[in-house]
Write a protein that binds this ligand. Structure first.
Ligand code: ADP
Length: 162
């Protein structure tokens, strides 16, 4: 049986923290679906198309990763795509409560769906899309936080938001 996992998120924009989790998942599973959440309650800074395009460029070297947008319930999306698991990254204790609640809810809605947590690499513990946006809009250096191939694009796009 082919093992498919979903990495859901806002990716607004994708950071090295995301890439770390996604690439580790790609080693563990046959196929990874990176699912970009459309109707996020957080108002995204990048459009869904922009977020997908940045992910495509950043993950171009992988042949078992598929990038899609998704809307609605993750438990249903997993059923539709035939995924058996969801991977989420855990940074600090502050992530835990929300993630635990989501995982239990998804299990209730789709008992076949497992949630796997990968701990963040120590150097990315503090890293989030919001931090990248804050630094870039203040014209700071985001070199160590986003993939090199999309660095200039993110920087330019966020600088124009000031
Ligand atoms: P969401 O709004 O669903 O949390 P994000 O884009 O913020 O979407 O995150 C998507 C996934 O990537 C989540 O599982 C999140 O925990 C993980 N993630 C984000 N940043 C990091 C990081 N620096 N280290 C590890 N995991 C991370």
């Amino acid at each position: 049986m082919k093992r498919t996992v979903i990495c859901p998120g806002s990716f607004d924009p994708v950071t090295l923290g995301h890439i770390d989790i996604i690439s580790r998942a790609a080693k563990m599973f046959d196929k990874v679906i990176v699912a970009v959440l459309v109707n996020s309650s957080k108002k995204p800074s990048f459009t869904t198309e922009e977020r997908i395009e940045l992910l495509r460029k950043a993950l171009a070297g992988f042949d078992n990763i598929q990038i899609e947008s998704f809307d609605g319930l993750l438990a249903e999306y997993a059923r539709k795509t035939g995924a058996n698991a969801v991977v989420r990254g855990l940074r600090a204790v502050s992530d835990f409560e929300y993630e635990f609640q989501m995982s239990l809810t998804n299990k209730k809605l789709n008992p076949d769906l497992e949630t796997i947590f990968l701990t963040s690499r120590a150097e990315y513990m503090f890293l989030s899309s919001s931090i990248v946006k804050q630094i870039a809009t203040l014209n700071g250096d985001i070199t160590n936080f986003v993939p090199e191939c999309i660095h200039d694009e993110i920087k330019k796009r966020l600088a124009s938001n000031v």
